[in-house]
Design a protein around this ligand. Structure first.
Ligand code: ADE
Length: 418
């Protein structure tokens, strides 16, 4: 078995952490039990490019239990948990190519190594696997029946490929399931982003001015959690509707050029490039802390910050100090890479449970519908999404009401009014 990990001796530590996460993934465990019996993925090769975390390890084990041959590469150079990679290889015999802190060059080498499996199904978080296949590994396309995509940024990239008629196989946008984005993006990113900032800096959130750039599902979660910890939250937006939402959720909304002067902590989660630029860094207060929680490390213009700083040094793990020419110091977390997975451990297992239940059902859906699916980006059918929600409620011990026949009839009729 080929693999590339930091240190095989971390295996036992990784196994314990994977088991710890598994305790909080009851929906995935339930699906795994069924797949173990049915083995729907027998003979199917799956190449996955996901954050190498304890939760991902449980997804890989689930697919393997269902008969798949799986191989995993990191979807970000800084998000890998090395002990998890060691356990995947040495305890669970799942080939893994991931080392925390790997260079961009090694990141792409690893990605290409997973493609030597000649996948039938791809599983992406950010669409780097699919884009590499389309750019440099086109020979593989003939064997691929479909792929899944985990995150908003990846779905945007893949929809742009479909719109430009260059997408060569169907994709299930796992991100677009309600049981994914309403929970993982909002509560997962909300908590894990604050967790990353705290582990990196140990600053007090209460009483500070906390600027959140963007007001999508991830940013909504970050803003809510920062407010919950006592910060005064400012939101910046380009979308007028989201800006009104932020105002009515109780936040102050203003352009980043104005927020730059006020914030103690800044977090971007917009999915776009150069959201915080040199003109903003220059206006910031001495000691401002700046982090990104969006998928790619493009939201902070660090190239210009590097060029225009007279000095830089690492202060603590994940904290780099930049001294500007005017002597002001700015602190960038995790090199502008997603702070929740670089400085902390990503979203807790209890929300990844639903996300990865969606991934598993999406792979099964591709398998069952391969002949019918076109080269488009699809959402998982609502009944599967609802099925996951029902399973989750059951595992939480929560019962809900059912519509009475009379209520169903009322909803289906147009005659009854006032
Ligand atoms: N994305 C965000 N949190 C994650 C986690 N814990 N595992 C895998 N992918 C993630």
């Amino acid at each position: 078995m080929k693999y590339d990990i930091k240190d095989a001796k971390l295996k036992n530590q990784g196994v314990l952490k994977i088991e710890w996460a598994e305790r909080n993934m009851p929906v995935l465990r339930n699906i795994k039990k069924r797949l173990e019996k049915q083995k729907p993925f027998k003979g199917i090769r799956i190449a996955a490019c996901l954050h190498v975390t304890t939760e991902t390890a449980n997804l890989m084990r689930t697919l393997k239990a269902g008969g798949a041959e799986v191989v995993l590469t990191a979807s970000n150079p800084l998000s890998t948990q090395d002990e998890v990679a060691a356990a995947l290889v040495k305890a669970f015999q799942i080939p893994t190519f991931a080392i925390k802190g790997e260079s961009n060059k090694i990141y792409y080498q690893h990605l290409k190594s997973t493609l030597s499996i000649k996948p039938h199904i791809t599983m992406d978080d950010g669409a780097d696997l699919v884009s590499t296949i389309h750019k440099t590994h086109r020979k593989l396309i003939k064997d691929i029946i479909g792929g899944t995509e985990e995150t908003t940024t990846g779905v945007i990239r893949l929809k742009s490929m479909a719109a430009n008629n260059v997408l060569e196989f169907p994709i299930i946008a796992v991100n677009d399931s309600y049981t994914k984005f309403l929970f993982d993006n909002r509560y997962g990113t909300g908590q894990s982003t604050i967790d990353g900032i705290l582990r990196a800096t140990n600053v007090l959130i209460a009483g500070g001015d906390f600027v959140v750039c963007g007001y999508g599902w991830c940013s909504k979660g970050i803003a809510k959690r920062a407010a919950g910890m006592g910060a005064r939250v400012i939101v910046t937006e380009v979308d007028p509707i989201k800006a009104i939402e932020a105002v009515m959720d109780g936040f102050t909304v203003m352009p980043i050029a104005d927020a730059a002067k006020i914030g103690d902590i800044f977090v971007t989660a917009t999915g776009d490039i150069n959201v915080i630029r040199m003109e903003h860094f220059q206006k910031m207060k001495e000691g401002a802390i700046v982090a990104n929680s969006g998928h790619f490390n493009v939201e902070l213009d660090l190239d210009t910050l590097r060029k225009k700083s007279k000095k830089k040094r690492d202060i603590r793990n994940s904290v780099r100090e930049y001294t500007l020419k005017n002597g002001k110091k700015i602190y960038i977390l995790s090199e502008g890479r997603l702070v929740n997975l670089s400085a902390a451990e990503g979203h807790p297992a209890i929300v990844m449970d639903m996300s990865f239940a969606n991934q598993t059902l999406a792979a099964e859906f591709i398998l069952k519908n391969a002949k019918k699916l076109e080269k488009k980006v699809y959402k998982l059918p609502d009944e599967l999404d609802i099925n996951i929600a029902n399973l989750k409620l059951k595992t939480m011990g929560i019962k809900i009401d059912k519509l009475t026949p009379e209520q169903i009839e009322y909803l289906n009729s147009w005659e009854l009014g006032t």
